[in-house]
Design a protein around this ligand. Sequence first.
Ligand code: NAG
Length: 222
Amino acid sequence: MKSISIIAALTLGVAEVSGHYIFQQLSVGSQKFAVYEHIRKNTNQNSPVLSLSSNDLRCNVGGSSGASTVTVPIKAGDSFTFTADQAVYHQGPISLYMSRAPGSANDYDGSGDWFKIYDWGPDFSKSTVTWPLRSTYTSTIPKCIKDGEYLLRIQSLGIHNPGSTPQFYISCAQVNVTGGGSATPSGVKIPGAFKATDPGYTANIYNNFHSYTIPGPAVFSC
Ligand SMILES: *[C@@H]1O[C@H](CO)[C@@H](O)[C@H](O)[C@H]1NC(C)=O
């Protein structure tokens, strides 16, 4: 079974040499919305961002404006899902971040503070390390955060090629949180949150790999 999925992943990789994968669809609860309805449409197809100092690290290339994106209502505590066009196949962590817009999410460029709400990392419990590689990632909006419009960001960090520049696959959704509490989590700036010296950025996942620290701040919990 394991070898079949590896072969499938390799075949997909070969078929997609010029591209990779992109998180293009948001669901709220079980309701799945159209491609790019609530996710900012990027302009780099499904290519990664490589620069640690670029503003494109926020919401991908072309994602600094939400002018053509519809902000979706979501209740604090509700579940949501990001769906990619094909399963994530580059090993590395997947993380979720949020940043509260000072006004409308449509107008927000993501230059404020970002807090992390979830991390998926490697599983060291089996004889071979496994990564959470799939096409859908589901989590929930923290119950205690203050109502308002937010950017909701997913990031897959591809560290599959030790020694080459890691790859950031990013998308931002626009959500309008209601029914929350009063928490305004402190956060980090993007770019800035990820450094070339982060152990989770430089890790060699094929050599003596027994522990891993996911880049970015600690996950916020209510
Ligand atoms: C967000 O929700 C608030 C409270 O229901 C509402 O007043 C506001 O218009 C909503 N914003 C958007 C963009 O839907």
